[in-house]
Design a protein around this ligand. Structure first.
Ligand code: HEM
Length: 136
């Protein structure tokens, strides 16, 4: 079980690296005006999103293996699962934004993306407290 948990945490950390970095690229993209810079940011967004999506599924897969395979869980796990579904929703919304930016159809300001960038931080804090403290 510990090997499964180790890989779960490895993929969770890698997933969050992408979830923290991609919206930061959106902040820069929303402020960019130079065609060369915009082309570079589009390439970075597409490559990062394509790289981090399988990692998201591996993080969830190893988590489900721990939960359903080893029967680890409780009320905290149900709340955690709901937060992870929210995180998956956030992840795929980022995918939609990557397409919007690629088509030069972004309508939001860099201020919006600075606040948008904070959502994964709040989910991370809540999930790590739930899974280590198991308050209920
Ligand atoms: C569907 C998705 C997920 C499921 C089903 C899941 C399930 C689990 C389970 C059952 C454990 C073992 C808990 C224990 O041994 O006490 C665990 C450990 C852990 N999970 Fe997840 N998890 C998921 C996603 C995540 C995400 C997105 C994060 C990060 C925010 C996360 C962070 C952790 C951490 C840090 C541990 C290690 C806790 C410890 O060793 O005490 N998990 N997960």
């Amino acid at each position: 079980m510990l090997w499964v948990k180790a890989f779960h945490i490895i993929f969770v950390v890698s997933w969050f690296a992408g979830l923290f970095y991609l919206p930061r690229i959106f902040v820069n993209h929303a402020m960019a005006s130079e065609p060369a810079e915009i082309a570079r940011l589009k390439l970075m967004e597409r490559k990062l999103y394509r790289f981090v999506t399988p990692i998201a599924w591996l993080a969830v897969g190893f988590g489900l293996w721990l939960w359903l395979g080893y029967g680890i869980g409780g009320a905290w796990m149900v709340v955690k699962f709901c937060l992870v579904l929210l995180l998956l929703g956030y992840h795929f919304y980022c995918g939609k934004l990557v397409k919007q930016f690629a088509a030069d159809k972004n309508t939001r300001s860099h201020i919006f993306y600075r606040w948008f960038n904070e959502i994964p931080v709040l989910v991370l804090i809540a999930v790590v407290i739930l899974v280590t403290v198991k308050p209920f």
